[in-house]
Ligand binder design. Structure first.
Ligand code: ZN
Length: 303
């Protein structure tokens, strides 16, 4: 019914199956992508790009080891979107933006949003910040620009893990999000050929993430289809949500990374300064007293 459909929340499941030779993640991000659309005024294309990246990021965030670790996935292209970035974590929160959320392009001949043309040629970079001095950074050149295929390639190249990634965002004519989500399947080492063949068959026969979810199916049902012919069980279920960790204090820390003379100039101009968060469009205002505090912090650090 309408009520139960609107009550459905975003969530993520983790599945282990095929004699523990295959692990899977699936995520429903409809609410998160709609929230991002409202904040950033995303066109359907921007929703498609950001939604796919955020779904992927939430699943990849589950591969982090510690609660403090941070995952960043960045897309850089020479197409009209230029740049998209998301951050996620083990707790299942995500945020992100595209640098050019107003871009529209004609639909592809098959009626789909032309994501690969919107991104163009470029690279996909994964950054895992585990609180060490240097974060782990790995980058690949885009081969398809459809994001899911590029991530499949990323896992093969950078992590030597055979994977299959499916991502989708379905946008209504009024630009609201009808469905959004994804799956990620990974083979454990030494998986036998029979298992691989069956899994490939299942993936090939699968109708696709958004056609399936928009019919009202659950993630559990999606995994039943992808694990057809295998034993499998859901080992974890969690809520996922949009969350930005910016704050007035963090904005001050950003100001403190500027050159001393820049802060001095701001104080001399006597005008309050605004710091904007690209992720959530929050604006933080710093008056002269705040700037003086930043300046004394910079001087303190220089001692
Ligand atoms: Zn923010």
């Amino acid at each position: 019914g309408i009520i139960s459909a609107s009550m459905k929340h975003d969530y993520l499941i983790r599945v282990l199956g095929a004699n523990e030779k295959v692990r899977g993640f699936a995520v429903d991000t409809k609410g998160i992508v709609e929230h991002a659309r409202l904040i950033h005024h995303n066109t359907p294309l921007a929703s498609a790009i950001l939604g796919r990246l955020m779904s992927a990021g939430l699943m990849m965030g589950q591969m982090l080891k510690s609660k403090e670790d941070k995952l960043t996935v960045q897309l850089l292209g020479d197409g009209p979107f230029k740049h998209a970035i998301i951050t996620s974590n083990l707790a299942g929160t995500v945020r992100g933006y595209v640098s050019n959320p107003g871009v529209e392009l004609p639909l592809r001949k098959d009626g789909h949003l032309d994501v690969s043309r919107a991104i163009g040629n470029g690279s996909l970079t994964v950054i895992r910040d585990m609180g060490l001095k240097d974060p782990y950074v790995s980058s690949i050149d885009l081969t398809s620009g459809e994001i899911a295929e590029d991530l499949t390639y990323y896992f093969a190249q950078s992590e030597q893990t055979p994977s299959s990634v499916g991502l989708g965002v379905l946008v209504d004519v009024d630009q609201t999000i009808l469905a959004s989500g994804g799956f990620l399947l990974q083979l454990m080492p030494n998986t036998d050929q029979k298992t691989i063949d069956q899994l490939e068959k299942n993936i090939k026969n699968f109708v696709g993430v958004t056609p399936y979810l928009s019919q009202g199916h659950s993630l559990e049902e999606m995994m039943d289809v992808l694990f057809e012919g295998f034993d499998h069980e859901v080992t974890d279920t969690m809520d996922v949500s949009w969350k930005c960790n910016c704050s007035f204090e963090r904005g001050k820390e950003v100001l403190a990374t500027l050159k001393r003379e820049e802060i001095v100039n701001m104080i001399e101009e006597g005008k309050p300064v605004e710091v904007n968060c690209d992720f959530c469009q929050s604006h933080y205002r710093y008056d002269i007293e705040d700037l003086k505090e930043v300046l004394s912090h910079i001087d303190e650090q220089a001692k």
